[in-house]
Design a protein around this ligand. Structure first.
Ligand SMILES: [Mg+2]
Length: 290
């Protein structure tokens, strides 16, 4: 339908009077700012901050290959240590973290994405742990079987807290995965700290620790437990010779102390302020488009 000029003029005048009415309207008609978002993404969840990291964990062959790479490198060092062993030497040992090093909580992260949550959720983690849905990391079976076949003792040190049953849950996970040395002497579950160093140092008194396995630098030495991104990078660089030798790192883009360095908290609350902080971290280096 075409509009005549007269009709256009009438409509224009009507629009002007309408605009004038709006201009005089009380402030109460303006849209209030959105309430702070302390749950998850506002939409259907396709803008969830976790999606890229979780999709990578769930599907990337590269993610799995990095586990094989880590375990293959660890085995290579064990083979060298076994070949060099002499009578009277301390027994050989491996010190390993558990979550995201040996056991992968993929279903937990998928659940968070389905629930439209975009930050680590401690109550859901505690609810999920007893469900025994962890999966064994690629390469772990072969590596730990090799340790058992060659009398290399495996010590597990994990920081978890699901109340009174924390230790039992951790033991159950390791037993279900049919891992070696799953007993009280070899499994340490830290409930009130993530500081693993005291236990590591105790083990080192009686054993020659060939490799440490972990997805967080804290699994190697406590000194990396800093809230400063640059300091953490610097500390890691100062030990560069240890990586791929004594320290074997596995990938974890969803959680860990790298997040603590960004937010000051390993498990930051899901607030808009933290989403802004995450964006700031992601744009630390950014092309200005020119
Ligand atoms: Mg871990």
């Amino acid at each position: 339908m075409k509009l005549t000029s007269r009709r256009c003029l009438t409509m224009l005048l009507a629009a002007c009077s309408c605009a004038a009415a709006f201009a005089q309207a009380p402030a109460a008609t303006t849209t209030p700012p959105p309430a702070p978002n302390t749950t998850g993404p506002r939409s259907a969840g396709v803008d969830n901050l976790l999606i890229a990291a979780v999709a990578w964990k769930q599907t990337a062959a590269e993610y799995r290959a990095l586990y094989h790479q880590g375990y293959n490198v660890a085995r290579m060092h064990l083979e060298l240590a076994l070949a060099k062993r002499k009578a009277g030497d301390k027994p050989l040992a491996v010190v390993s973290d558990v979550d995201d090093t040996i056991l992968l909580p993929l279903a937990y992260w998928g659940h968070l994405v389905n629930r439209n949550l975009d930050f680590f959720d401690d109550p859901i983690w505690d609810e999920w742990i007893p469900r025994n849905q962890m999966v064994l990391a690629p390469g772990a079976r072969e590596f730990f079987d090799f340790c058992a076949a060659n009398n290399v003792e495996v010590y597990y040190i994990t920081a978890r807290d699901q109340g009174e049953k924390t230790f039992d849950y951790a033991m159950e996970h390791l037993r279900l995965a049919k891992l070696p040395n799953v007993d009280k002497a070899h499994v340490t579950v830290l409930r009130d700290t993530s500081n693993k160093q005291n236990r590591q140092d105790e083990i080192a008194k009686t054993h020659d620790i060939v490799v440490f396995l972990g997805d967080s630098l804290n699994d190697f030495r406590r000194k990396y437990y800093t809230k400063d991104v640059d300091e953490r990078l610097k500390l890691m660089e100062s030990d560069r010779a240890e990586y791929g030798r004594r320290y074997i790192v596995f990938p974890n883009p969803t959680d860990g102390h790298w997040m603590r360095a960004i937010f000051g908290d390993s498990e930051p609350p899901p607030t808009d302020a933290n989403r802004e902080t995450f964006k700031k971290a992601a744009t630390r280096r950014s092309w200005d488009g020119k």
